[in-house]
Design a protein around this ligand. Structure first.
Ligand SMILES: NC(=O)c1ccc[n+]([C@@H]2O[C@H](COP(=O)([O-])OP(=O)(O)OC[C@H]3O[C@@H](n4cnc5c(N)ncnc54)[C@H](O)[C@@H]3O)[C@@H](O)[C@H]2O)c1
Length: 340
């Protein structure tokens, strides 16, 4: 069977590795080219058996490397891109913003431009054979800024990124928007809320709470712990990316979320309760006693919340993981990782 070659960037990271597995399982006619720089956040171990799958080719490289991108598009005749590679941790963007703008803006521009030139002869002129070639950009709800107690982010909420991470992601979104608007590139975008689930990097909130709890260390919570995020299981995000990539309207963006707003205090306490049941401490005390409050993150956004009406209504996407069941499964996965 002739395979269609799809480029996934950032496929050794948290969401990307889950997406590569999902696409290999779902589409027997796809061959996935997985381009990842293997920064501190990427690890081929995240891919498990998918790493050696006959329809998976892993390429270690940088999305900023234009010559490499051109070589990959030519060698594999790439017919679709799902772009996830990014610097993704807000705290790191406060310590060292430059790499965020390099990868998330310049890297996104180089990748979009190489796709444009491989698929099109000029503005509005698609090369024969590339009529269905599509570019999907994976973005975040953080581009919309911070909400007060009320309201939700919709696709028409004005961008108001606060930390450098969000500003760099917003820049990438505008790159793709401009390539669609100006050149007619077949492109979609999605802005998703916070993900949880297996294979997330240690630095993020949920793995940190579980790891510190099991190690007997203080569980650090920023500020007063009342910052609210909207939590979605990573597999539901992958299905949404698949749905938008295949069924979304070119030029449109889709917000992805499951209306699971929780503050960090809730997340920490809830994880401790699950750990108390799944991996009880020898002395019978609760992990909750390890929760400790630390100096707040600079400029910490207060609340994010997604209105997913459009993707549900127009593309018939629905999340499958209820929060409680997804969190128990997640906690068990990290207990294996950190205790195993
Ligand atoms: N994690 C979330 O909650 C969330 C929510 C919404 C959107 N997103 C977006 O989804 C995407 C993936 O997020 P994640 O949580 O999996 O991130 P991650 O940090 O776990 O993975 C990012 C991957 O990109 C790779 N990478 C970084 N710079 C690169 C470069 N210059 N060239 C090639 N590869 C590079 C890394 O090696 C890593 O494997 C990002 O674009 C992020 O902005 C994440």
């Amino acid at each position: 069977m002739a395979h269609t070659h799809i480029l996934i960037t950032g496929g050794a990271g948290f969401i990307g590795s889950n997406l590569v597995r999902h696409m290999l399982e779902t589409y027997p006619d796809y061959h996935i080219i997985n381009l990842d720089k293997l920064t501190y956040a990427g690890n081929t171990a995240n891919l498990g058996d998918a790493m050696d799958h006959p329809r998976h080719t892993f390429v270690e490289g940088d999305i900023c490397d234009r010559a490499l991108l051109e070589k990959l598009f030519a060698a594999h005749d790439i017919q679709g891109v799902i772009h996830l590679a990014a610097e993704s941790h807000v705290d790191n963007s406060i310590l060292g913003p430059e790499i965020f703008f390099m990868t998330n803006v310049i890297g996104t521009q180089r990748l979009t431009d190489v796709a444009y030139r491989h698929w099109m002869n000029g503005p509005g002129e698609v090369k024969p054979g590339y009529e269905h070639a599509r570019f999907h950009l994976t973005s975040t709800d953080e581009v919309f800024g911070s909400l007060g107690d009320e309201g939700l982010f919709s696709e028409t909420t004005p961008y108001a990124p606060n930390p450098p991470y969000a500003a760099s992601k917003a820049g990438g979104d505008f790159v793709v928007r401009s390539y669609h608007h100006t050149f007619g590139l077949n492109a979609t975008m999605s802005n998703c809320s916070n993900n949880y689930g297996p294979r997330q990097h240690d630095e993020k909130l949920i793995p940190t709470v579980i790891r510190k709890a099991l190690a007997g260390d203080n569980i650090p919570i920023y500020g007063d712990g009342k910052n609210i995020r909207d939590w979605l299981h990573v597999h539901d995000h992958c299905v949404a990316l698949d749905t938008v990539f295949h069924k979304g309207i070119s030029g449109e963006s889709y917000n992805i979320g499951s209306r699971n707003e929780r503050d960090n205090n809730f997340i920490a306490q809830y994880l401790c309760e699950l750990l108390d049941a799944e991996a009880p401490k020898a002395d019978g005390s609760s992990y909750k006693s390890q929760i400790s409050y630390v100096k707040d993150r600079a400029g910490h956004d207060r609340r994010y919340a997604i209105d997913p009406t459009k993707i549900k209504r127009d593309l018939n996407w629905h999340y499958a993981h209820e929060f409680d069941e997804g969190m128990i499964e997640t906690v068990r996965w990290y207990i294996e990782k950190y205790k195993g």
